[in-house]
Ligand binder design. Sequence first.
Ligand code: ZN
Length: 261
Amino acid sequence: MEKQTFWHRFRVVVLLAILLVVSLNSWLSRSRSTDWQETLWVVIYPINADQRQDTRAYLNALQPEHFADIEQFLSREGQRYGLTLTRPLEIHLAEVVDNEPPTVPDNASILDSVLWSLQFRYWAWRNDGWDGPPPDIRIFLRMFSPQNRQVLEHSLGLQKGMIGLVNGFASVDYQSLNSFVTLHEILHTLGASDKYDMTTLQPQWPDGYADPYQDPLLPQYRAEIMGGRIPQNASFSLIPESLDEVLIGVKTADEINWLNP
Ligand SMILES: [Zn+2]
């Protein structure tokens, strides 16, 4: 009896210790990445998601400069919020990954989502061919030919593990949109929340509006990055054409620790 109690307690202590280390590690990487003292390294890992020749050709020609608008956007917005760091983020491009990540479950329960996120993080670790300095944020970019697919699955960004999965179109015509979605998911990994209605996809007032106190309120002329769209009337919004039409609202700025870094 005595012995059993000892082993039972021992196991509980070991489990608690592991849990403590994992949470501490998540917390440390989060506070390190949002103290805005040093430029964050984002590595983008392209994936040929439909195995087509035209997708492959686009991925072969892809350069980190194709995502320069993300870096410029964060420099511009950081400056507006008085960040001393002039270059909050730097984008690097890894080699094309030849494997598909685990499929995101439809209508997932919380348990399904947790299991998927663990599988995805394990998959990412196994398929990480990047040999530069370790990235702060990793984005896996699944590319589809616009000749082949019209509708894409949802992209997502996980704060735990600082990792994202973005679906995009392999074409210069869609590069601005790819940057926009990638940036949205990067901000999720840094703690920003969605600011649109999940059913109607309409931005929520006031936090999901770029200019929530404009008079008249509608139409808006810019999008808040986590609101995702430019509201035109009560039920219709436009997708921004480039990051020039996007900004970071006060609530998002607060969530990524830009108000008191
Ligand atoms: Zn989102």
